[in-house]
Design a protein around this ligand. Structure first.
Ligand SMILES: [Zn+2]
Length: 126
């Protein structure tokens, strides 16, 4: 499955970032994934559930935001949204383009629980 290494990278980055803040459990992970990665969100959810097992990210909610691809033509400077594997500038029909968006997997945000926070959320005696 193509999504497994991506899920593994998400889990690794999220766990590292959360652990750096002393978090004990990750609740939500928000990722942006460029369309060029051709990720199937449902498959990524399944891969994420499998790779996060046994880590502090286990059971976390994965929010996937898909980013449209954008390219800039190096010849005429036209900015357009290319189809996957069709990188022809629609204005000058040159294939000399630079992908400026939609090519990355970016960890946008993590919501995690730290021991202090979970302690303060416990009901206090009246
Ligand atoms: Zn062009």
């Amino acid at each position: 499955m193509h999504e497994l290494p991506i899920a593994a990278a998400i889990v690794e980055q999220a766990v590292q970032a959360a652990a750096a803040h002393g978090a004990t459990r990750i609740e939500t992970i928000e990722v942006e994934i460029g369309r060029r990665r051709q990720v199937v969100p449902e498959a990524l959810q399944i891969a994420f559930a499998a790779t996060s097992e046994g880590t502090i990210a286990e059971g976390a909610r994965l929010e996937i935001v898909e980013i449209e691809m954008e390219a800039v033509c190096r010849v005429c400077g036209h900015r357009f949204k290319p189809e996957i594997d069709l990188y022809l500038c629609p204005r000058c029909e040159q294939a000399d383009v630079r992908i400026v968006a939609g090519d990355d997997m970016i960890l946008k945000s993590i919501t995690a629980q730290t021991p202090e926070e979970s302690a303060s959320q416990e009901p206090r005696p009246a």
